[in-house]
Design a protein around this ligand. Structure first.
Ligand SMILES: [Zn+2]
Length: 106
């Protein structure tokens, strides 16, 4: 049973905090509750992010992802995966946010 923290771990002021996102990626903790991730891993994405299979929100527990759709990610789709790649922006890149690429969609 996972319990979403309020505010969610990676959205401390209601918007996504990049440092927390990086922490979630490197420590493999959930962006909703801050606890260790198991499987499956859930990502929340806009239709565009789902189409590109590239997400900006951190990895989440499935349950936390479902709850976040009621608050910070209204209208987003939940995608489940067994694993992901974490891509940090390169120096000078237009896109400054890290990107998550699920690599085995369930
Ligand atoms: Zn969680």
């Amino acid at each position: 049973m996972t319990v979403l923290t309020s505010p969610p771990f990676a959205w401390p002021d209601g918007t996504l905090d990049v440092r927390r996102v990086v922490q979630c990626a490197l420590s493999r903790v959930c962006g909703g509750c801050g606890q260790s991730l198991g499987r499956p891993i859930a990502f929340l994405g806009t239709p565009d992010e789902v189409a590109r299979n590239a997400f900006h929100a951190p990895p989440l527990h499935q349950e936390c992802a479902s709850q976040l759709r009621n608050t910070v990610a209204v209208g987003h789709t939940v995608v489940l995966t067994a694993g992901f790649e974490f891509i940090r922006p390169s120096a000078g890149a237009v896109e400054k946010r890290p990107i998550f690429v699920p690599n085995s969609i369930l």
